[in-house]
Design a protein around this ligand. Structure first.
Ligand code: ADP
Length: 663
C-alpha cells in the first residue's frame, strides 16, 4: 500500500497533493543479519509496553524537525515555505493503518537504505545478546536506549511503509521503503510533494487499539508530552449546528478539527517552583529512554556574564548505551529555543556522559557552525559551571542520602571514577565522591575516602587498597593478615576500571596510596627486632629456594603474613596478578606473566620445619618439593592458575601417603 492511497487523511500541507507517481521500479534488499535477528526478537518476543513504538516514532520525527530547523538557519531554500512544524498522527480505521507524519528534514534514498536496513551500529551484537537475556519487561527500554527505536514499530505492525523526501531534493526524488520486518525490504523512488517523512504502520489484527483516539492521546501524554512540536490528530466532534434557533439546540453536526495532543512545555524555561516532580520525571523518561525515575534533578538559571538555563538529570541506573556501543556525551544545547546539538560534547567531560538534559543559552550565536561553537569561550564557561554544580549535587546526596548515593555509585561510579585518572583539576573532588567496600565494613556496606582517612590510626601512614574480582576472594587472601593484626583498614576495589584508575593516582589528603599486595609492608617495632634474627636463620634456605623455584624473581621473609605460610607479591609499580588476569581475559598481554616475589612466614611451622630440614641436609629432595608446594599454595591463594597442576597434585599425594601410613 502506498501513502497515496491514504489521500483522504494525510496532513494537508501547503502545495501538497496526494498523488504519487512511481518513477522507478521496486528494488528488493536484504536486512543486515544482526538487524534481522533484532527484528525477529522484536516481532516474536516483545509483549509488554508495546506502546513505546509511538514514542520512538514521534521522537524520530521531532529530531528530523530539529534537524531541518537547524540546517535551514544558513539555507532557507530547504524549507519549501513549509515552516508550520508539526507531527501528525493519522489513524485510518478502514485500512487499519496508523501514520506518523512529519515535515522534518526527511531522508534520501541512501540514508533510508543505510539507516533503516543495512547499518549495523557498533555494539549491535552485544545488544542482541543482552536483549536475548533480558527479561521481557525491560526489553522495550533497551530498544529505545540502543537507538533501534524505529524497529519497535514491528511490535504492533506486520508491515511498515516509509515515504520520505530529503529537504532540498527535487519532488520526484522521494523514496518509499516497505518491509514486513522479516528478511528484506523494498525500496522505490517516488514523487513526494513535501519534504519530511510519513511512517505508516499496517497494524496487526490485535493491535487495533492504536487507532483509537483515547489510546493515542494516552500514549502521547505519557511518553511524548514534552516534545516541543505539536503532535496533532484530526478529531471528529459533534458540535451544535450554528445558526439554528434555540429550540433546536440539540441538533449537532460532525466537525473534524485538528487537535494538539501534547503540552509542548519547555520545562527548563519554567520556574522551578511551578514544576511537579512527576513532570520532571516524565521529561527525564522522554529524553533518556529510561523507564525509571532519575536519582537527582538539577534545574537552575545561571546569571552573570553569560545567562543560561540548565535542566540536568543524574540517572539512578546505568544507561544501556554506557555498556555497549558509542555513548553520546553531553546535554542537548538550545539557543533561542532551537536545538543546536543533540549532544553537546563540549559541555561535559566524558566521565559525566551519563548526565542527560538540556542547556539553553540565549547568548550563543544561532547561525554558527559546530567548529566555531567549539572554540566559543561561552561554552567553556557553561561547562565549568555545570560540572561544578553536578559535583555539588553529588556531594550533597552523599552527605544527606548516603544509601541512595551508594546505590547510584554502584551503578555509575565505574564511569565517574574514570575522571580520577583523566581530570587532574577535579581529581580530589572525584576522590571525595568515591565510595568503596572495605575489610572492616560488612559486605555490601560502603565507606568514603574521607571516612577511611579519618579512621586511620596514628601509626598508619598510607591508604591501603586491594584490587580483585570480588569481595569474597579479597577477604580470604593472605595479604590482609598484617592489616587485621594491626587494625588498619584496607579498601576493597572490585571494578575493572580500578586497576587503571589506581595506576594513575598518587595520593589523597597527603596520604600515598599503596596496594596491599605489592612491595614491602614496613615491619612494626617488634617485627623489626625479630627480623634481624630471622634473616640469619633463614638465609641459607632462602638462597636455596631462589635456585629451585625459577618462577619467582625473589624469595624473602614476609612482614605481612600472620597465619598463612606463604604468599606472592608484586613489585611496587609492577602489574598485579589481578591486572594480568584482566588482560588475559581481554586477549592482551600475550599470556606473559611478570615474575613475582615469594614471601615466607618465618613464624609458620611449615617454614620453620623446612628451614630445619635444609639445615640438616641441604641436598634433601624434599626441600625442593616442599618449597614448591609453598609457592603453589601462594599461586592458588592469589586466585591464579597453576602452571603444573598435575605436579602439584602428585606432591600433595606424596605427603598424604606418608600421613596415611601413620594411621
Ligand atoms: P535512532 O533514532 O536512535 O538513530 P532509529 O532506528 O529510530 O534509531 O532510527 C534510525 C535512523 O533513521 C535515525 O537516526 C534517522 O537518521 C533515521 N530516521 C528515522 N525516522 C526518521 C524521520 N522521521 N525523519 C528523518 N529521519 C529518520
Amino acid at each position: 500500500m502506498s501513502i497515496g492511497e491514504q489521500s483522504g487523511s494525510l496532513p494537508r500541507r501547503k502545495g501538497q497533493t496526494m498523488s504519487e507517481a512511481p518513477t522507478a521500479s521496486t528494488e528488493t534488499m536484504e536486512f543486515k543479519s544482526e538487524l534481522r535477528q533484532i527484528l525477529h526478537l522484536i516481532t516474536h518476543s516483545l509483549y509488554s509496553n508495546k506502546e513505546i513504538f509511538l514514542r520512538e516514532l514521534i521522537s524520530n520525527a521531532s529530531d528530523a524537525i530539529n534537524k531541518i530547523r537547524f540546517n535551514s538557519i544558513n539555507n532557507s531554500d530547504l524549507l519549501d515555505g513549509d515552516t508550520e512544524w508539526k507531527i501528525k498522527l493519522i489513524a485510518d480505521k478502514d485500512k487499519n493503518t496508523l501514520t506518523v507524519s512529519d515535515n522534518g528534514t526527511g531522508m534520501s534514498r541512501d540514508t533510508i537504505i543505510d539507516q533503516l536496513g543495512t547499518i549495523a551500529k557498533s555494539g549491535t551484537r552485544a545488544f542482541l545478546e543482552t536483549l536475548q537475556q533480558a527479561d521481557e519487561a525491560s526489553r522495550p527500554e533497551l530498544i529505545g536506549q540502543f537507538g533501534v527505536g524505529f524497529y519497535s514499530s514491528f511490535m504492533v505492525a506486520d508491515r511498515v511503509t516509509v515515504v520520505s523526501r530529503l529537504a532540498g531534493d527535487p519532488k520526484d526524488q522521494g523514496v518509499r521503503w516497505v518491509s514486513a520486518g522479516e528478511g528484506e525490504f523494498t525500496i522505490k523512488t517516488v514523487d513526494k510533494e513535501t519534504h519530511g517523512t510519513d511512517v505508516t504502520l499496517h497494524l496487526k489484527e490485535d493491535e487495533k487499539e492504536f487507532l483509537e483516539e483515547w489510546r493515542l492521546r494516552q500514549v502521547v501524554k505519557e511518553f511524548s508530552d514534552f516534545i516541543e512540536y505539536p503532535v496533532v490528530m484530526d478529531v471528529e466532534r459533534h458540535e451544535p449546528v450554528e445558526g439554528e434557533d434555540d429550540k433546536e439546540d440539540d441538533k449537532t453536526e460532525a466537525v473534524v478539527r485538528e487537535e494538539t495532543l501534547n503540552s509542548m512545555k519547555a520545562l527548563w524555561l519554567r520556574s522551578k517552583d511551578e514544576i511537579e516532580e512527576d513532570e520532571y520525571n516524565a521529561f527525564y523518561r522522554q529524553i533518556s529512554h529510561d523507564y525509571g525515575d532519575p536519582a537527582k534533578v538539577i534545574h537552575y538559571t545561571a546569571e552573570g556574564l553569560t545567562e543560561f538555563k540548565v535542566l540536568l538529570f543524574i540517572p539512578a541506573k546505568r544507561p544501556f548505551d554506557m555498556m555497549f556501543g558509542d555513548p553520546k556525551v553531553g546535554p542537548r544545547l538550545y539557543v533561542q529555543r532551537v536545538q543546536i546539538m543533540e549532544n553537546c560534547e563540549e559541555l561535559l567531560p566524558p566521565y559525566l556522559r551519563f548526565i542527560k538534559g538540556v542547556v539553553d543559552c540565549a547568548d550563543l550565536p544561532l547561525n554558527v557552525s559546530r567548529e566555531i561553537l567549539q572554540q566559543n569561550p561561552i561554552l567553556d564557561r557553561i561547562r565549568k559551571n555545570i560540572v561544578k554544580r553536578i559535583f555539588t549535587v553529588l556531594e550533597e546526596m552523599k552527605k544527606d542520602e548516603f544509601d541512595k548515593y551508594v546505590a547510584f555509585y554502584r551503578e555509575l561510579g565505574p564511569i565517574l571514577k574514570e575522571g580520577m585518572a583523566q581530570d587532574f583539576e577535579n581529581r580530589d573532588t572525584l576522590t571525595t565522591l568515591a565510595v568503596y567496600e572495605s575489610m572492616n565494613t560488612e559486605a555490601g556496606k560502603y565507606i568514603s575516602m574521607d571516612e577511611y582517612v579519618d579512621q586511620m590510626p596514628p601509626d598508619q601512614e598510607e591508604i591501603y587498597y586491594l584490587i580483585g574480582e570480588h569481595r569474597g576472594m579479597l577477604e580470604r587472601t593472605p595479604y590482609l593478615e598484617v592489616f587485621r593484626d594491626r587494625g588498619w583498614n584496607v579498601l576493597f576495589m572490585t571494578d575493572p576500571i580500578d586497576e587503571f584508575v589506581m595506576s594513575s593516582v598518587d595520593e589523597y589528603r597527603e596520604k600515598k596510596y599503596k596496594a596491599a599486595d605489592k612491595g614491602d609492608i614496613a615491619a612494626d617495632e617488634e617485627g623489626k627486632a625479630r627480623a634481624e634474627d630471622d634473616e640469619k636463620t633463614f638465609q641459607a634456605l632462602i638462597e636455596a629456594l631462589k635456585g629451585k623455584i625459577p618462577e619467582v624473581q625473589d624469595v624473602r621473609l614476609s612482614t605481612r603474613l600472620k597465619d598463612s605460610a606463604s604468599c606472592l607479591v608484586a613489585d611496587e609499580g609492577a602489574m598485579s596478578a589481578h591486572m594480568e588476569r584482566l588482560m588475559q581475559r581481554m586477549g592482551e598481554g600475550g599470556g606473559q606473566t611478570t615474575k613475582r616475589i615469594l614471601e615466607l612466614n618465618a613464624g609458620h611451622p611449615v617454614v620453620q620445619g623446612l628451614q630445619k630440614l635444609h639445615d640438616s641436609d641441604g641436598e634433601d629432595v624434599r626441600v625442593e618439593s616442599i618449597g614448591r608446594l609453598l609457592y603453589e599454595q601462594a599461586v592458588v591463594a592469589e586466585g591464579s592458575k597453576l602452571d603444573d597442576p598435575v605436579g602439584f597434585a602428585s606432591r600433595i599425594n606424596d605427603l598424604l601417603v606418608k600421613e596415611l601410613i601413620r594411621i
